[in-house]
Design a protein around this ligand. Structure first.
Ligand SMILES: *Cc1c(COP(=O)(O)O)cnc(C)c1O
Length: 485
């Protein structure tokens, strides 16, 4: 058994002190005069007494238990955990940005508005869309905004029958959730044997009730939709629109654009693709771009320019309204803008090249020991199936925990649902060959361990600070407060 680390409450010893204040140089009032008797507690609170160095060590030690991009390889599929250049942080806290007040008149915030304006031009170029709103705070928020824009478009045309949104089975989980939130019905479209959208099934599913098709391309299997132009035609011919979940743009920057594939609405996860920190709940930014016919429905305000003056434009009568206070998470946009300017067009294309090469290189190494369904050239990620390993006694979840023992963050597990015992792996563009080799080596060792002693692997992790957790109990019966015994 691992020895549990002592809590601050257990470490405390009476009389120790973590602070020292200068003596008071004004007359002190008796406490009774300051706090009325009926508001005072009857017993003093039980607080641990500790020295400053004990507290510093305690929290510093706890901080090293966090796993992050800055501590190790993080191949969490679909999440694009790439390196976030630290210079972005410095730029975002420049006083001119950091001390801006959101209620300042446009005239006195020209630099910030210019940054928004320029960022929009870059995103248009990158995606082939015509206008962007920077308001949505994350990918899922962008999805909801995009679907509301689509809804407004159909309603504006007095087309009220369209109550269904089609989603391939390879979609990210937020897609069906968003569709439901927006008041639509989800219609699932199966994949064919190459992992593409099943075109025949799509043709059968579209009708006058189809509002839109939501698609990630490349899909969460890391596969590029080979028939995307035909897919777009089928949906458009039925009067539906195409929604592009651009969270996977890291795979295609500079090579192809959703606008050129026929998509009407796009959201980007700039906290993934354009390298701003995410995880642990944000902050993120999920700008939404649209083609010409959907511009009138975008949230207000948009950032515009007359002569050399930038301003917030509220003059959009068909707008769905606001989806975020002020104009979204400005700090995240600054970091992404800095990244885009640093990389340039060539650099962004190189990032996608590297992401794709890394995914194909790593999958080719892992193929020796693991089964990879839909085995063809992929884009930014690939999905292993640990079904054979499960037969031997170790599941995808067990393999993930065995990776923790070897110092790696595990891939995304049990997703997408169409692959049994899925381990969805996205190495991203910022990792070296040596790191990928070390990861492949760890996976090979785990495969060997499963052959020798699957039970031991299934009891992983063995070397982490905390051992195997009862995940259900941890969620259903969380103990979040220390209680004196
Ligand atoms: C991450 C992701 C989302 C959701 O983005 P959030 O910013 O986490 O809300 C949607 N779709 C795909 C494909 C993603 O990878």
């Amino acid at each position: 058994m691992r020895k549990r680390k002592a809590l601050l409450f257990e470490m405390g010893r009476s009389g120790r002190q973590g602070y020292s204040l200068p003596s008071c140089d004004v007359p002190e009032k008796p406490l009774d005069e300051l706090i009325p008797q009926n508001m005072k507690r009857t017993e003093p609170p039980e607080m641990p007494e500790l020295s400053e160095v004990e507290v510093v060590r305690h929290y510093t030690e706890l901080s090293t238990r966090n796993f992050g991009v800055d501590t190790g390889f993080y191949p969490l599929g679909s999440c694009t955990m790439k390196y976030n250049p630290k210079v972005n942080e410095e730029v975002a806290v420049l006083p001119g940005f950091a001390y801006l007040h959101p209620c300042q008149p446009d005239k006195t915030a020209q630099g910030a508005l210019e940054l928004y304006y320029n960022m929009e031009q870059h995103l248009k170029e990158l995606t082939g869309m015509k206008r962007f709103t920077m308001q949505p705070a994350a990918g899922a928020h962008g999805e909801l905004t995009g679907l509301m824009v689509i809804q407004a478009y159909h309603r504006h045309r007095d087309d009220h029958k369209r109550n269904k949104v089609l989603i391939p089975v390879t979609a990210h989980g937020t897609n069906p959730a968003t569709v439901t939130m927006a008041g639509y019905e989800v219609v699932q479209i199966p994949s064919d044997e190459r992992g593409n959208v099943d075109l025949e099934a799509l043709k059968e599913a579209v009708d006058e009730n189809t509002s839109a098709l939501m698609l990630t391309n490349p899909s969460t299997l890391g596969l590029f939709e080979e028939e995307i132009i035909d897919v777009a035609k089928v949906v458009h011919n039925a009067g539906g629109l195409l929604y592009y979940d651009g969270a996977n743009l890291n795979a295609i920057m500079g090579y192809t654009r959703p606008g050129d594939m026929g998509f009407d609405v796009v959201h980007l996860n700039i906290h993934k693709t354009l390298s701003t920190p995410h995880g642990g709940g944000g902050p993120g930014s999920g700008p939404v771009g649209v083609n010409d016919r959907l511009i009138p429905f975008l949230p207000v305000p948009l950032v515009d320019k007359i002569d050399d003056q930038f301003y917030f434009d509220y003059d959009l009568p068909e707008s769905i309204g606001k989806v975020h206070s002020f104009y979204g998470n400005f700090g995240v946009v600054i970091k992404a803008y800095n990244y885009v300017c640093m990389m340039g067009a060539k650099g962004l294309k190189q990032a996608s090249t590297d992401a794709v090469i890394n995914a194909n290189y790593l999958s080719s190494l892992l193929k020796k020991n693991y089964h990879i369904p839909y085995d063809r050239i992929r884009k930014h990620e690939f999905v292993l199936s640990a079904k054979p390993e499960l037969k031997k006694g170790a599941s995808a979840g067990d393999i993930a925990k065995a990776l923790l023992d070897r110092g790696f963050h595990p891939p995304t597990v049990y997703f997408p649902l169409i692959v049994e015992e899925a381990l969805m792996t996205e190495p991203n563009d910022t990792e070296s060959k040596e790191t990928l080799d070390a990861y492949a080596q760890a996976m090979e060792e785990i495969a060997r361990d499963i052959d020798e002693d699957a039970e031991k692997v299934a009891a992983s992790p063995h070397h982490t600070v905390v051992g195997r957790l009862d995940e259900v109990r941890a969620a259903r019966n969380p103990i979040l407060r220390w209680q004196k015994e």
